[in-house]
Design a binder for this molecule. Structure first.
Ligand code: HOZ
Length: 431
């Protein structure tokens, strides 16, 4: 496969942009070589500037559940743009998206639209602190909640990919209110609460970890967290930036039937345009300015193009059969990959919830971040390039998620399993 144009583009971009990329995880340094520069996408496929075609399982890191350049989304954005791209004043479109979110997500009675998942988590925690009058927060080892200073401690995604324990530029003082505990371990949460009585404002977690590969909650784990937080007056925040409208229309809280106090959203609700949202119970959201004294603002919040793309996406997702099809396609892919690793005697842990999946090269059962860290990242690097060379694009890190979209066809899935089988055969041949 020819990549010379991407290499040249990367050499040029590095002169002007740190690492040549506008988000670290786009840089392929941890899987070796240079990133491929993408020219366009259509349906389940993306095309790089060298003219290579890939079946895409990155889905822009999750938002593109309906695939690339979905005709009704493209049309809706175009029509919205003709009316003006931003007003800095309310529009009825914002109410329409907010109403759709409130109707879909059990924990959300009111919602504030922002521009990214990072803004959503940062704002939700500020609100939780304002609401409780407490400072400390509990986060989970390996959960990633965007690049908020005090949430970069033991974070997943790029922080894990690049082997950082936290981030430079964050004074120790900023993170001194952040307590970190392992996933799937309610006793650890209990101990943290007992050691800090009446001091914890909130517990924030991804109900399904999606930034350390995919790690589902053990049965009963989320219920136990719900009970513990309720008992101690702690705001339970689900970061559903990835899982919201992904594993079910109402997100992981619907899938597992556990209702938190607040929820953060992003990705899918913007249909591929920049967006985020946080919401929760009315008495908590009442703290947000101008109703309350917790300040949060944004020039482009509720942007008409992003909101229109979001509304169009949610309408399509609400149609019958969408999640069943996503489940079937993802199950076919996961089963095919599992059979192929078994046939080749490759140590692998396959993890999937709905249309989110990841394959870890480890003999361990992965139930928390430490389990994920046992994965053989060199093996993943070989797997990644083996797939790329065969026209399949997956996350360039073991510590990310793969996404099946509504437009992946049976043929796409078949070709992907076939490509992976060839890669596993090459492992046995010592390549
Ligand atoms: N949550 C995404 C990665 N897991 C964000 C993508 C990015 O950091 O660029």
């Amino acid at each position: 496969m020819e990549h010379s144009k991407s290499l040249a583009a990367w050499q040029q971009s590095q002169q002007f942009i740190p690492g040549g990329v506008n988000s670290p995880v786009r840089n392929f340094s941890k899987v070796g070589r240079h990133p491929c520069f993408i020219e366009r996408g259509n349906g389940s496929k993306i095309y790089d500037i060298d003219g290579n075609e890939y079946i895409d399982y990155l889905a822009s890191w999750g938002p593109l559940i309906l695939g690339h350049a979905h005709p009704s989304i493209v049309e809706a954005i175009g029509s919205a743009a003709l009316e003006g791209t931003s007003f800095g004043a309310p529009t009825t479109l914002e109410t329409e998206l907010a109403e759709a979110i409130v109707n879909a997500v059990p924990s959300i009675e009111q919602v504030r639209l922002v521009n990214s998942g990072t803004e959503a988590t940062m704002s939700a925690i500020r609100v939780a602190r304002g609401y409780t009058g407490r400072n400390k927060i509990i986060k989970i080892d390996g959960c990633y909640h965007g690049h908020v200073d005090y949430l970069l401690a033991k974070a997943g995604s790029g922080v894990a990919t690049f082997g950082l324990s936290d981030s430079g530029g964050v004074p120790e003082d900023f993170a001194r209110h952040t307590l970190t505990v392992p996933f799937n371990n309610p006793d650890a949460v209990k101990r943290a609460i007992e050691a800090n009585p009446d001091e914890i404002a909130c517990l924030i977690l991804e109900p399904i970890m999606g930034n350390m590969g995919i790690i589902p909650p053990r049965e009963g784990y989320l219920n136990e967290l719900r009970e513990l937080t309720e008992e101690h007056g702690i705001v339970l925040i689900f970061d559903e930036v990835i899982t919201g409208f992904r594993v079910a229309y109402g997100g992981a809280q619907t899938y597992y039937n556990v209702t938190p106090d607040m929820t953060c959203l992003g990705k899918i609700i913007g249909g591929g345009l920049p967006v985020g949202a946080y919401g929760g119970k009315r008495d908590i959201m009442r703290c947000v300015a101008p109703e309350g004294d917790v300040y949060q603002a944004g020039t482009l919040s509720g942007n008409p193009l992003a909101v229109t793309a979001g509304i169009t996406t949610l309408k399509r997702l609400a149609e019958p059969g969408v999640y069943a099809q996503l489940e079937n396609s993802a199950a076919a892919l996961a089963n095919g990959l599992a059979e192929a690793t078994q046939q080749h005697g490759i140590d692998a842990w396959h993890s999937r919830v709905g249309s989110m999946l990841m394959l870890y090269f480890t003999p361990e059962t992965v139930t928390d971040a430490d389990g994920a860290r046992t994965a053989d990242t060199e093996r993943y690097r070989q797997y990644f390039w083996g797939l790329m060379e065969r026209g399949v694009y997956v996350a360039p890190s073991q510590f990310e998620a793969g996404f099946v979209s509504f437009v992946h066809s049976e043929e796409d899935i078949y070709k992907t399993v076939h490509a992976a089988t060839q890669v596993f055969s090459s492992f046995l041949a010592g390549n």
